[in-house]
Design a protein around this ligand. Sequence first.
Ligand code: 5GP
Ligand code: ZN
Length: 139
Amino acid sequence: MKDDCIFCKIAAGEIPAATLYEDDDFRVILDLGPASRGHALILPKEHYADISEISEETAGKVLPLAKKMCAAMKAALGCAGINLVQNNGEAAGQTVRHFHMHIIPRYENGPRIVAWEPGDLSDDDKIQIVEAVRAQIQG
Ligand code: 5GP
Ligand code: ZN
């Protein structure tokens, strides 16, 4: 647990939050500034700033929990779709540096929430990106 981290305190139950689910590893809470009705956050109880720090073990539990939450929220809230959003780093819009996954219910005729203008992928870029990333993964 990191002393100055608000999500560590919320995950540990030291600061109250509207909790939808809790187990030994996670607390799932309602976001205080929801993008839509039911917007929730999956918080690991251990502190990891972002995906670059999270343990493989915890990472491996996040998606199964998201799946469980999505099913419960869809049934409970009657949403038509759900976005999973997970920001890493200030440049990506992360404002709280404790790994978390957003679960954002979407409703018929609701506002655009997670959207971007599609760009172009040039042939040169395609080759460069594929080579650079594959080289990193292969080591
Ligand atoms: P980020 O931009 O880091 O991906 O998302 C942080 C999210 O945490 C935001 O959606 C924000 O509304 C939410 N948030 C920030 N502080 C608190 C808090 O103290 N309690 C709760 N429940 N949500 C918070
Ligand atoms: Zn933390």
